[in-house]
Design a protein around this ligand. Sequence first.
Ligand SMILES: NC(=O)c1ccc[n+]([C@@H]2O[C@H](COP(=O)([O-])OP(=O)(O)OC[C@H]3O[C@@H](n4cnc5c(N)ncnc54)[C@H](O)[C@@H]3O)[C@@H](O)[C@H]2O)c1
Length: 326
Amino acid sequence: MTLTVLLTGAAGFIGSHTAVALAARGNRVIGLDNFNPYYDPQRKRANVAEIAAEAPAADFRLVEGDLRDKPLVERLFAEHRFDVVVHLAAMAGVRASADDPVTYYDVNLGGTLTLLEAARAYGQGRIVFASTSSAYGATTRLPFREDDPADRPLAPYPASKRAAELLGHAYHHLYRTSFTALRFFTVYGPRGRPDMLTYRLVDAIRTGVPLNLYEGGRMARDWTFVSDTVAGIVAAVDAALGYEIVNLGRGEPALVSDFLAAFERYTGRKVPWIEAPKPEADVERTHADIDKARRLLGYRPSVGLDEGARRMVEWYERAVAKLSEA
Ligand SMILES: NC(=O)c1ccc[n+]([C@@H]2O[C@H](COP(=O)([O-])OP(=O)(O)OC[C@H]3O[C@@H](n4cnc5c(N)ncnc54)[C@H](O)[C@@H]3O)[C@@H](O)[C@H]2O)c1
């Protein structure tokens, strides 16, 4: 049977790769995205063009609209009778959320509620939700495990994502909605967000304009290449798990300085940077325990830093550097 999937945030970084992966295995995908200006919407239009190029036979349609537009969301559910909702749309900046907490809550919690309500009203029972490693806050329990209380977030963004996880539980309890919250860990790769370190560091190599490097690169992140994250999302689409929270990291954290070094090895050039203090909203390190993802989703991340750096730089040179030089 062909699955019909509502994919929110389809024009974004992870969303555009998810659209390709779902369409490539024959799913009907209806994307919803409002092309908001958190970063240049032209990048999101370029992402949509890349979906068409990578999956030319895709049964993919993009609806331009806002997740918070209740009549629109209800119309989509009435029209398409979705089998699964993959909910990736969000305001996604940890630091930026401190400057605009109202919008972060409105979209990340209010928008999720709109979806949960529409799903309930139309008898649609399965939601895969994009959550975040930043929900763990400054926990000292390493590696991060899903049974950590995660009740001390450091910024409105992780607080809003944790709140949406909890709301998902309420719907699971009351209406048996299957709600899988996937906690992504610093995802990077082609079509990566321009506000994230990976994009900025490749930009810095090209332009020579130095990067602000927090604590001189001594913070650690569990870098996850986007194709691994997407494999986890697709596996979750196929698994009705009830209510689960599942880490999707790599399980092998690396210092930011070591991450930079992988890009320097591949390009043969130094990343120019100046030291800056760690922002209050940032955690010192992230480290995923991925046993649960292995067990429930058959998740096996396979792309290491050198391979990830190569694929990121190749895309950037083809898709971004050429555009800005034109
Ligand atoms: N990239 C990461 O490392 C990372 C880590 C943890 C969690 N996440 C989560 O994964 C998801 C995807 O992140 P991303 O990095 O691809 O970000 P992204 O900003 O590239 O994608 C999000 C998309 O959602 C859309 N959107 C935002 N508000 C919307 C609204 N109200 N209605 C409709 N569309 C809306 C945006 O236009 C954007 O295209 C987000 O939920 C994010 O919080 C990402």
